[in-house]
Design a protein around this ligand. Structure first.
Ligand code: CA
Length: 228
């Protein structure tokens, strides 16, 4: 079940919002202070979405949103007493997903919450912007969200190239890093593994070829990388 974090100091409004959301099958958590909500999120509170009042006793909702955006992509809907276009624009500019002016219909708010959650994939974080996600503990790499089935050498080569995207690594550098006994292997072995790696990447996304060959120099990879 998805939990919605509500930050609202007026209990009458909070009550109707909580009632509307719970009727739709959401769990809710309610804070009256901006700093308390921020601390909750910073301590790892997992929420599908945040409903944030702009006029809070201890902080401005816009400032709280800016601080949330430093570490989280959680969707945010602003609530405000003022129906001013400037607030709407400021709200969306600092990374809110939607905006509602008081008085609003709690059912309309629930509908917008559902619309946003449909748009946003569960667990969406900064890593979803990355083509490559390296999981060092599992010695695995995901590419465009899909697990790559890699041999040991392919994994080690790709991981090495991803350490510094765009940097060119020579075959000798790759061999010295990846192979236990580099002198026993031929540089051509690197080419062979690069070739199979390319095929696997292309099978997931045929539109791009992130591994580039630099003639006489070696290989590099391009793309955004997330490591866990
Ligand atoms: Ca308020």
């Amino acid at each position: 079940m998805q939990t919605i974090l509500l930050v609202e100091d007026e209990s009458a409004i909070a009550d109707t919002v909580i009632y509307a959301l719970e009727t739709e099958g959401f769990q809710t958590k309610w804070h009256t202070l901006g700093q308390a909500a921020l601390a909750d999120l910073q301590q790892g509170g997992e929420y599908a979405l945040v409903i944030l009042d702009v006029g809070l006793p201890d902080a401005n909702g816009f400032d709280i949103c800016k601080q949330i955006r430093r570490f989280s992509d959680v969707p945010v809907i602003f609530l405000t007493a003022r129906n001013q276009e400037i607030d709407r624009i400021v709200g969306l500019e600092i990374g809110a997903d939607d905006y509602m002016s008081k008085p609003f219909s709690p059912r309309e708010l629930s509908a917008r919450v559902k619309a946003i959650l449909k748009r946003v994939k569960p667990g969406l974080t900064v890593e979803s912007d990355c083509e490559f996600i390296i999981d060092h503990h599992r010695a695995s790499i995901r590419y465009h969200g899909q697990q790559l089935e890699l041999t040991r050498y392919e994994y080690l080569i790709l991981k090495m190239l991803l350490q510094q995207p765009e940097r060119v690594y020579s075959r000798v550098q790759i061999m010295n890093t990846v192979w236990n006994e580099p002198e026993a292997s031929l540089e051509r072995a690197v080419d062979t593994h690069i070739k199979t790696l390319r095929t696997k990447l292309r099978n997931i996304n045929g539109d791009s070829d992130p591994i580039k060959t630099h003639r006489g120099l070696g290989y590099s990879v391009s793309g955004r990388v997330h490591e866990s």
